[in-house]
Design a protein around this ligand. Structure first.
Ligand code: PLP
Length: 499
């Protein structure tokens, strides 16, 4: 596909403006352009076709099945978009006074109440704009809590699991804590014996995802909570996998003290590539005084923002957080109403259905009931036919599916992490399973087909290391002042192919 600049024809216009009759602006000579700006010149239909064609090259949840494990790519209902576009929500200014924004404040307050109920904890802050920011905020709360108790200097270590998402150790380091990693046992649980050896008076807390990134519910979660609480430490629940347990089991009841909830995953939100997101945190009573300001509170029948929190860690984001995300999430929750647990039940059912169809053809490192996602391994395909998890993922694109998450969690070699979510029909799951089984057969019969995949996508197999290390992210006008001499293919691809 040509760049829009390559399609440009000098003098072509999308529309004509009438001649204006205003006096010319007095722009000093030094500031005037010497040459006209280099903008593409096209007629309107060409522009519309160009961008429409570009949009069809993007894969999204609206175009196909997107089983990206851990990322919970569920369908985003259109009614959410209608609600977020209601003028009272859409046109609201963050500095609108409280009397003029009662509806928005009430929505935020109600969302907090639902999140408190779902978490089994006591107080909520909607501010963090992503799960990772929720993690950092939660760790800052731990710091403030221990400092307040005079234990700030002693408790300097946070324990995470070796299956943890990369943001967990990153948040620990950013929050100024030392990081320690507990191992996973043979059944895919946290290794409790190892944990007991690690926890001491220096431990500030544990950060854990449950179900873990292996898609397994930890069978010793109560014992784990006891170990930490006995040592005076806190437990942080990485709620990225809440889709498995929503309305069924609650992190607070498991013994966790702080939870973040990835609104954009669990409660639907068009997301990807780093945003937009929401990562509210919910905490036990004893941590409430440290929550970010402002808090959204109900005072009689009136809703307001409360800044009067002397022990607060302060602000972690502008205003009260990503408001549009709140509206969509609240709409998704209300569309289930009291049947919210069905969301998780169907997500778990879908995952186990797929697992049952695939486990004979791929390695299954932990043969247990899965939660909302499961992790297979292409280890045998690699050993016997030289076909890797990457090859399987790339070949899936030829079958019209977004690949699952691969090479994560790190404890599983050649990992394929599959999360179907509750929004997919059985027919879609079957088509995906058929494709995965066909790929396993292809690996045996014609591995070269997989090494070179994808064959049917606009961009073929790239050297991914080079693409990351030597990314060319802008079109080189300086190298190609004469556009007619520009290469037909985007130069990024040429560079990557050639090198
Ligand atoms: C297990 C887990 N924890 C934390 C995060 C971080 O969440 P976010 O992407 O919202 O920052 C993710 C994101 O993929 C995740 O899967």
């Amino acid at each position: 596909m040509k760049l829009i600049f390559e399609k440009s024809q000098a003098g072509r216009r999308g529309g004509e403006l009438p001649k204006h009759d205003l006096p010319a602006a007095k722009v000093p000579d030094a500031l005037r352009r010497k040459t006209p700006p280099r903008l593409p010149e096209l007629a309107e239909p060409e522009i519309v076709r160009h961008f429409t064609e570009l949009s069809t090259r993007n894969f999204g949840i609206d175009t196909g099945f997107y089983p990206l494990g851990s990322c919970t790519m569920k369908y985003n209902p259109r009614v959410n978009e209608r609600l977020v576009m209601l003028p009272g929500f859409r046109d609201l200014h963050p500095y609108q006074d409280e009397d003029g924004s009662q509806g928005a404040l009430e929505l935020m307050w109600r969302l907090q109440e639902v999140l408190i109920e779902v978490s089994g904890l006591n107080a909520c802050s909607l501010q963090p704009a992503a799960g990772s920011q929720g993690e950092l905020t939660g760790l800052m709360l731990m710091r403030a809590y221990f400092a307040d108790r005079g234990e700030g200097d002693t408790r300097d270590t946070i324990i995470t699991a070796d299956t943890a998402h990369g943001t967990n150790p990153a948040s620990v380091t950013m929050a100024g804590y030392k990081l320690a990693k507990v191992e996973t046992d043979a059944r895919g649980n946290v290794d409790v014996a190892h944990l007991r050896e690690m926890v001491d008076e220096h431990t500030a807390g544990l950060m854990l995802t449950n179900p873990s990134t292996l898609g397994l519910f930890d069978e010793h979660i109560e014992e784990i909570a006891e170990i930490f609480h006995e040592a005076g430490a806190l437990l942080y629940y990485d709620g990225a996998n809440l889709n498995a347990v929503c309305g069924i089991s609650r992190p607070g009841d498991m013994g966790f003290d702080i939870v973040h909830i990835n609104l954009h995953k669990t409660f639907s939100q068009p997301h990807g590539g780093g945003g937009p997101g929401g990562g509210p945190i919910v905490v036990r009573n004893k941590l409430e005084p440290f929550l970010p300001v402002p808090a959204v509170v109900k005072d009689g029948e009136h809703f307001k923002l409360d800044y009067n929190r002397p022990k607060s860690i302060g602000k972690v984001r502008g205003f009260t957080g990503p408001f549009g995300v709140f509206v969509r999430s609240y709409a998704y929750i209300r569309s289930y109403g009291p049947r919210l647990r069905e969301m998780s039940e169907v997500a778990v059912l879908n995952a186990n259905y797929l697992l049952a169809r695939l486990k004979e053809s791929y390695d299954l490192p932990y043969d247990r009931l899965a939660m909302h996602e499961f992790v297979l391994s292409a280890r045998s395909l690699k050993r016997e036919h030289g076909v890797s998890a990457l090859d399987v993922a790339k070949r899936l694109m030829d079958y019209g599916f977004h690949p699952p998450t691969i090479y994560f969690p790190l404890v599983v070699p050649e990992a394929l992490m599959i999360e179907p979510t509750e929004t997919e029909a059985k027919e879609t799951l079957d088509e995906f399973a058929d494709a995965m089984l066909a790929i396993a057969r292809e690996a045996e019969e014609s591995p070269a087909l997989l090494h070179e995949a994808p064959h049917a996508r606009p961009v073929k197999r790239l050297d991914e290391v080079l693409a990351a290390k030597r990314a060319i992210v802008k079109y080189g006008f300086d190298d190609h002042p004469d556009l007619s001499a520009a290469p037909q293919e985007p130069r990024q691809l040429e560079a990557q192919k050639g090198a």
